[in-house]
Write a protein that binds this ligand. Structure first.
Ligand SMILES: Cc1ncc(COP(=O)(O)O)c(C=O)c1O
Length: 547
């Protein structure tokens, strides 16, 4: 080989070595699950064919013998009868709108695994309407009062009455200005001061939703770093904007997003090396289930593994992220849309003892009205450059800083400083941990295959044995007077005004629902059944459909 050719090859090797190494490093930092491989997950999702269990297969999809099937049939008939009589008016109004409300069609269809969904929708109609709320309860159109475990998607931190008062007091405060947009109502100035103190950051921008606050955080990070990619961690939810939802659910691939494995040194290596990372997004709620998506019953096909890590372990991970981001000049963004004001007055920053450069808030901060907020350091929040006036980072939103939202937020923020609310936060962690432990002990004592993992007041239901029917528990819980959101037993969200007495009533009902489910035969399992054998069975069903 000529020396010229050798030199050329050596040059080419040097030229390609770095990209190759970067790619390898990136691959190693991906979680091994499909959730960790967004593109592949989208491709696989497109291959899954529909099939549904009819009246026969519905009760025996796990191969249960005739006597168990008979128990299940009788139990299901009782449950369906209960739903038909107790939720009649609520279900009737729901039926009149469902064909015209796309969101309702989606949430109804995806409450349970798709194979069972159609039959369940025909037989068990919980209804989608409510008439009133009071204390920790919601009342439907049939006058059934449910203990609320939905937490209104996390908005309800202090109880529904609290937010009704925030909205009323807030409206009173801004009434004279009314719906004027553009000029700010003076309460905004006070809100900004509160938010600067709470976040420990310099500037604030107001948006209409959590999704928009996240969009703005990422856009600003890209603008100031001049880099393209955002890093998010496997399974973390940051709203429904395309770049933060690269997997199933988004019709397009997110080309400027890296999805890395949470709590893994390999991810830190990627952050240390790559030069195209504009920011790192963290949803601290992932401490409850690192690397897994928010658990919902529609994907509960066999088991729901527990993955909770300790507060200390997650705090350690956040500290290591903080250090790498500081070293590499990468803005660290905490998405506190869910955890803000819930885990502690200062949210996850306070709870885990780690500070971010940009922090998003939303949900509860609107005092019951829709909002998204971004707080950040001066140099990251600035939307223009003094020395290049045409190079701007644009962000608007017609309804940003709406006076009514600012009014309700103002009341919310003022109340945070009252002795009543301060008292709610005292030993918050201990209270909810003790409640979860006591309930788990009760379930264990009765050998019921249900347990709860908790991150303070945010709970997820685990199952201590595999089964294809765990998702049905949400319907038994509702029959016992417990309201869950459409993701079912995956997420229970308590408001912090739950008294011991309220909680005791909820615990009683959970145990009663689990007992009924067991008595009706749904937790029968064949000898030697594991989550793996159930998944194999489902896989065979899928293959049979594709033939
Ligand atoms: C952590 C997190 N970020 C962002 C969002 C999106 O907020 P919104 O639904 O207000 O757009 C959510 C909503 O659940 C969230 O939990």
């Amino acid at each position: 080989m000529s020396t010229k050719l050798l030199a050329l090859l050596a040059g080419a090797a040097v030229f390609t070595a770095r990209p190759l190494r970067d790619r390898l490093q990136l691959s190693r930092a991906k979680h091994r699950s499909l959730t960790g491989h967004a593109r592949l997950a989208r491709r696989v999702a497109r291959l899954v064919p529909y099939y549904g269990f009819g009246e026969q297969a519905f009760f025996a999809s796990d191969g249960a013998p005739a006597d168990v099937v008979a128990r299940r049939r009788a139990g299901f008939a009782r449950l369906a009868d209960h739903y038909r009589t107790r939720f009649a008016a609520t279900a009737e109004l729901t039926d009149t709108v469902i064909d015209a409300v796309s969101d309702l069609q989606f949430t109804s269809a995806y409450r349970v695994p798709f194979q069972y969904s159609r039959f369940v929708r025909e037989q068990l109609k919980p209804g989608a309407f409510a008439r009133s709320s009071s204390g920790v309860t919601i009342t439907d159109l049939d006058d059934n009062r449910f203990f609320d475990l939905t937490g209104s998607y996390g908005v309800n931190v202090f109880g529904y009455d609290f937010y009704k008062e925030c909205i009323e007091a807030g409206v009173d405060r801004v009434r004279d200005l009314g719906p004027v947009l553009g000029p700010y109502h003076p309460v905004l100035a006070e809100n900004v001061e509160h938010l600067r103190r709470i976040s420990g950051l310099d500037e604030v921008s107001f948006h209409m939703s959590g999704t928009e606050a996240v969009m703005q955080a990422v856009r600003l990070a890209r603008y100031h770093t001049n880099r393209s990619h955002l890093v998010r961690f496997c399974g973390a939810y940051h709203g429904w904007w395309g770049d933060v939802q690269p997997g199933v659910g988004n019709p397009l691939p997110a080309r400027e997003t890296y999805t890395l494995e949470d709590m893994n040194e390999a991810s830190l290596r990627v952050l240390r090396r790559r030069r195209d990372i504009a920011c790192v997004l963290v949803n601290p709620l992932q401490a409850l289930h690192p690397n897994r998506a928010a658990p919902g019953d529609s994907s509960l096909v066999a088991a729901r593994p527990s993955g909770t890590v300790s507060r200390e372990a997650y705090a350690r991970w956040l500290r290591s992220l903080r250090d790498v981001c500081t070293d590499r000049g990468i803005p660290l963004v905490f998405d506190e849309v869910f955890t803000g004001f819930r885990l502690a007055p200062g949210g996850a920053q306070e709870y885990f003892g780690v500070r971010a450069d940009l922090v998003t808030y939303g949900k509860t901060l609107g005092g019951g009205l829709p909002v998204g907020v971004l707080c950040g350091r001066h140099e990251l929040m600035k939307r223009y450059r003094e020395d290049r006036p045409a190079d701007i980072c644009f962000a608007r939103g017609t309804f940003n800083s709406h006076p009514y939202v600012m009014g309700a937020m103002n009341e919310f923020l003022r109340r945070l400083d009252t002795p009543r609310v301060r008292a709610v936060y005292r030993d918050l962690e201990g209270v909810w941990e003790a409640r979860a432990m006591a309930l788990n002990e009760r379930l264990r004592a009765e050998a019921l295959p249900v347990a709860f993992a908790a991150l303070s007041s945010i709970w997820t239901t685990l199952y201590t044995q595999p089964s294809r029917y765990h998702w049905l528990l949400q319907y038994y819980l509702r029959a016992e007077g417990l309201a869950l959101s459409w993701v079912g037993t995956g997420r229970l969200i308590f408001s912090l005004d739950y008294t011991e007495q309220d909680f005791e009533a909820v615990a009683e009902r959970i145990v009663a629902a689990a007992r009924a489910m067991r008595e009706d035969g749904w937790w029968w399992q064949p000898a030697g059944a594991t989550a793996g054998t159930i998944r194999k069975r489902i896989f065979r069903e899928l293959l049979a459909q594709r033939r």
